[in-house]
Design a protein around this ligand. Structure first.
Ligand code: ADP
Ligand code: MG
Length: 264
């Protein structure tokens, strides 16, 4: 079976429900200065998918994520998000430098105004999920870049979202740290049954993480290819070093470089 297959966009993959968690219908975005960031895009994201947006810098990936999060309004078209709660992780960890890791992670619960009797349990669970239990009392400057990003992910998880939006979260990290975070992220997503919309311009990262990859054209972003990754989870280092991984990476590279003239 080939690693890369083109799903019928109207059909959910196995083990998902039929109702998409996120759907975009003819969604485009032109900024007030006239920049067309996103050409009309149709997209359905189904429960449990790990969907990666892969495309060159400036092609509208962050714009698409912000539209899904409701941080931006579309120029045209319709964005529907049926996820209960959404967690958002940005490229920069954006932690409060003066506050301990634990207080940074607790912040969304304090801001939400929800009355909860299990705040500290949730904070503990989020810290444990990213392996930061022993660093709860540290301040951000005492952490490595990778650990700061772990804290940022814990903060996104603390309100127990069902959908996680991640905008190049590991782009600033060295490759070894990034690989470790990718593996740990997959474990968290499996354990919490999260639906993930992930942005990267790393082909390797897209192949390792995703159940589905959306390849986008240069600006204004269009969907060039919508590819299902037929590799079961859990995935580990054996997948990263496998012939299947190398083959899929090469195929994806071809799709990207062929750009709009591509055969896929
Ligand atoms: P990506 O995340 O793929 O790098 P973005 O979604 O950030 O791309 O941006 C897509 C295009 O829209 C880029 O050319 C960017 O400069 C432009 N852009 C992004 N935000 C704004 C804005 N608020 N006003 C004007 N142009 C913007
Ligand atoms: Mg971006």
């Amino acid at each position: 079976m080939p690693m890369l297959t083109r799903p019928d966009p109207t059909e959910p993959s196995e083990s998902t429900t039929t109702e998409p968690v996120v759907s975009l219908r003819g969604v485009s975005k032109v900024f007030p200065n006239g920049t067309m960031a996103l050409a009309p895009v149709d997209l359905s994201v189904f429960e449990g998918e790990f969907l990666t947006l892969l495309g060159p810098s400036g092609c509208g990936k962050s714009t698409l994520l912000r539209l899904v999060a409701g941080l931006l309004n579309p120029g045209e078209g319709k964005v529907e998000c049926r996820a209960g709660k959404i967690g958002f992780v940005f490229q920069e960890p954006t932690l409060m430098p003066w506050a301990r890791v634990r207080d940074n992670v607790r912040l969304p619960l304090e801001l939400s105004g929800q009355v909860m009797d299990d705040v500290e349990r949730r904070v503990d669970a989020a810290l444990a999920a990213v392996g930061l239990t022993d660093f709860a009392g540290h301040r951000p400057r005492e952490l490595s870049g990778g650990m700061r990003m772990r804290a940022s992910i814990a903060r996104a998880l603390v309100d127990e979202p069902s959908l996680l939006l991640m905008d190049e979260p590991f782009g600033a990290l060295d490759e070894i740290t990034r690989n470790r975070l990718d593996a740990d992220l997959l474990a968290v997503c499996q354990a919490r049954r999260l639906t993930v919309l992930f942005v990267t311009h790393s082909i390797h990262e897209a192949v390792f993480l995703s159940s589905r990859v959306l390849v986008m054209s240069p600006r204004p972003g269009r969907v060039l290819a919508d590819l299902r990754m037929d590799e079961p989870y859990p995935r580990g280092d054996d997948f990263r070093t496998s012939a299947r991984f190398a083959e899929t990476t090469r195929d994806l590279m071809q799709v990207l470089t062929q750009g709009s003239g591509g055969g896929l």
